[in-house]
Design a protein around this ligand. Structure first.
Ligand SMILES: Cc1cc2nc3c(=O)[nH]c(=O)nc-3n(C[C@H](O)[C@H](O)[C@H](O)COP(=O)(O)OP(=O)(O)OC[C@H]3O[C@@H](n4cnc5c(N)ncnc54)[C@H](O)[C@@H]3O)c2cc1C
Length: 482
């Protein structure tokens, strides 16, 4: 199947039937009808439909190199600057549909897999079969429009080898057996966003723990269907407030469930193994593939859409409360405007400075993207703080939609008006601001943005060490001083 539509996405996920646990019960029946997943799946279904819309399909797809059929454009390996621009345009269309609230929209994983597969050549150093597995897997996902999630983060206590010595049974996933059919994995991964609503899981090499052995059992990269026997997903509490888009404008549409994934001696077939045991190859996985650069082009589209949405929300709040005449409020709004323009400029600078890499990919300039990766986790919480500072008690006084249909609605209509908004419209806006800045959904979004590409040490180190050219500036100053 080339590009799929929304109905096909839902049908496939419903048939997939992975083992999912939520609030002490196993999820049975059609997952698309379950209240924890329904809103997200409806949103993603609409996104997949866009791939086949007459006026959009030329922007959303390209001809498969295998069959000539249309396949999703976010799978395209960019070879020219035109390709990069086409990818950006496509990803911005999807990002504008979910306003940046889907951290794991399908184009994120499509882009990641494209980056890994484009650089598969380096895996040939160890075993040409691994390189071929990865290339074939990429082609399989592209040709079948597979919806992917990913994992790599290990449970916290298992990260330090010194602690692990005390555990009878380490919790971090590891290879416990290799046999003629494949590798057997036992252990857990801490976080898989959209694991329950995807066809397959791509497992990246985990950062820790390292043993220094010739064959490290904690080192691997592979992909499996989500319904692989002996794989279980345990959901966190659902943050869907309810189905009403008035009461819960965001969580009713964009709540991406996170899951703990447990491999309980699950067999990964050899043709799905990309790395096994070799620490050195695993270390190079992200660098060789330029994963952070390629993935950042998708993330920039998401972050720009999200910042535009926050700016629109803040602007509406300022108007509804008549705050535009206060200079400190204007100053706060300009912080958001500066964030937006900074992100847009960094995105274009990266694209303009693109050059071919050794794999034949047109690689955006990584400096502006690495800078954006370090900048957004800082500015996003500040923008949410600005919503709190401007919204104040309005974020708390948020009656239910049902109150407006009840006999007391007259008093609400009278006392909860905004400037230029009737009471119902004003409460609707407040509920949006509350979901963004006070609710569990909003809290998760903030933590997500803080840790999207790793903790701040990791993100800043990536920028510092990836920032070539510092020497030139140092020399310039030394020349000046001498
Ligand atoms: C909402 C959400 C969704 C996610 N979805 C996914 C997903 O789909 N797939 C996936 O694989 N991962 C996912 N993640 C995990 C994400 O990749 C990690 O949160 C991120 O890489 C940071 O790792 P961590 O959470 O283990 O935090 P840590 O790296 O452990 O950081 C926690 C704190 O400890 C400090 N710290 C840690 N190590 C050191 C050190 N050596 N020295 C000093 N300080 C240190 C950090 O600075 C930070 O303050 C998700 C996370 C969130 C919050």
């Amino acid at each position: 199947m080339p590009v799929k539509n929304g109905g096909q996405y839902i049908e496939r996920i419903n048939k997939n039937l992975p083992e999912i646990w939520l609030a002490g019960e196993q999820v049975k029946g059609e997952i698309s009808e379950h209240k924890a997943f329904k809103g997200l799946m409806t949103t993603q279904s609409a996104m997949y439909d866009m791939q086949l819309e007459d006026k959009l399909k030329a922007k959303m797809s390209y001809a498969s190199p295998l069959t000539g059929d249309p396949v999703g454009l976010s799978f395209l390996q960019p070879k020219t600057k035109k390709d990069l621009a086409a990818r950006r345009e496509m990803m911005q269309i999807w990002a504008n549909t979910h306003h940046g609230f889907l951290g794991r929209a399908p184009d994120y994983m499509n882009t990641s897999l494209m980056a890994f597969a484009s650089a598969a050549g380096y895996l040939e150093e160890e075993n040409p079969q691994y390189a071929s597995n990865l290339r074939q897997y990429y082609a399989y996902c592209r040709e079948n429009d597979i919806t992917l999630s990913h994992v790599f983060i290990q449970p916290k206590a298992s990260r330090w080898p010194s602690f692990m010595k005390f555990f009878e049974e380490p919790s971090a996933a590891r290879v416990i057996e290799k046999n003629k059919d494949g590798i057997v994995i036992r252990g857990a991964f801490l976080l898989d966003t959209q694991g329950a609503t995807s066809d397959e899981i791509l497992v990246y090499p985990t950062p820790l723990p390292c043993e220094g052995d010739e064959e490290n059992p904690f080192v691997f990269a592979f992909a499996v269907p989500s319904n692989l026997p002996k794989v279980r997903f345990i959901c966190r509490e659902s943050f869907v407030g309810g189905e009403s888009t008035f009461n819960y404008p965001l969580s009713s549409r964009f709540e991406e469930m996170d899951t703990l994934v447990i491999f309980d001696d699950a067999l990964v077939p050899w043709d799905r193994v990309f790395i096994c045991g070799n620490e050195e190859l695993a270390y190079r996985f992200f660098d060789e593939s330029r994963f952070f650069t390629h993935a950042s082009t998708q993330i920039m589209c998401k972050n720009i859409a999200k910042t535009e949405f926050l700016l629109g929300t803040i602007e509406s709040m300022v108007e509804a409360a008549g705050l535009e005449r206060h200079e400190h409020v204007v100053e706060k709004v300009t912080e958001v405007i500066i964030a937006l323009e900074t992100l847009k400029a960094l995105q274009l600078a990266a694209e303009k400075g693109a050059a071919l890499d050794r794999w034949g990919s047109m690689l955006p300039n990584r400096k502006p993207l690495l800078a954006a990766n370090a900048y957004f986790p800082k500015i996003y919480p500040r923008m949410i703080e600005i919503i709190q500072l401007i919204g104040s008690s309005g974020l708390i006084m948020i009656p239910d939609e049902k109150d407006f249909d009840s006999e007391i609605h007259g008093q609400l209509d009278r006392y909860l008006k905004g400037i230029g908004l009737d009471a119902k419209e004003n409460v609707q806006l407040s509920r949006l601001a509350w979901e963004l800045s006070v609710s569990a959904f909003g809290g998760r979004q903030t933590v997500y943005e803080r840790f999207f590409f790793g903790n701040s040490l990791i993100v800043n180190n990536r920028l510092y060490h990836g920032y070539q050219g510092r020497e030139t500036f140092k020399q310039r100053v030394q020349d000046f001083l001498s």
